[in-house]
Design a protein around this ligand. Sequence first.
Ligand code: NI
Ligand code: MN
Length: 227
Amino acid sequence: MSVRSNQKLKLTFLGHAAVLLEGSKTLLIDPFFTNNPQAVFGIEKLPKIDFVLPTHDHFDHLGDAVEIAKRHQATIIAIHEITQLPSVLESKVKTVGMNIGGTYHADGINISMTPAVHSSTAGSPCGFVVEFNGKRIYHAGDTALFSDMGLIPKLFGKLDIALLPIGGHYVMDPKQAAMAAKLLKPKLAIPIHYNTWPVIQADPKEFSRLSRPIKTQVLSPSEFITL
Ligand code: NI
Ligand code: MN
């Protein structure tokens, strides 16, 4: 399905792996606010959210997904097993359970689930390719480096943005994330999931240097770009 629009898309980094996408609809990926040392505001300050996209059920990704979905009557789009967690079922929030390889089409938005090499309790961890407002954004979730990342732009088309974890220990480090950037060849790569805690200390400048000639931009929590 092609996605065309002249409307601008606003991407805001909210600390750790949390990313807000505001266009024709508002999407929130990995909504970790409560106890997130990088969170600059709490969930009460969020704009109206339509879709919440947790990449997996680790606390720093599933985060406040249920509470936000409840407040905003938003839909949680996640791997099937997350939608079946007792905490999610009991909350009665709207959910769309899907799986890796699938694409959910809603209101002119394509949300595709991509693999991630990581662990989780409920189902498999994933990444997302989100297409709307004429832009294509890839959020890798928590993952190690894998060569099939190179298939993502071949399958979906040129990526405008790739959001890549660089903190090491649980995910890619700057060297691996730079190699991922070279496989993905986005117009712009943005580092995420680093310096939240000492165990994931990483230098985003090292990521930027190693990623050349891929363009990178380091966003501070609450900083945004307009596409
Ligand atoms: Ni994780
Ligand atoms: Mn994580």
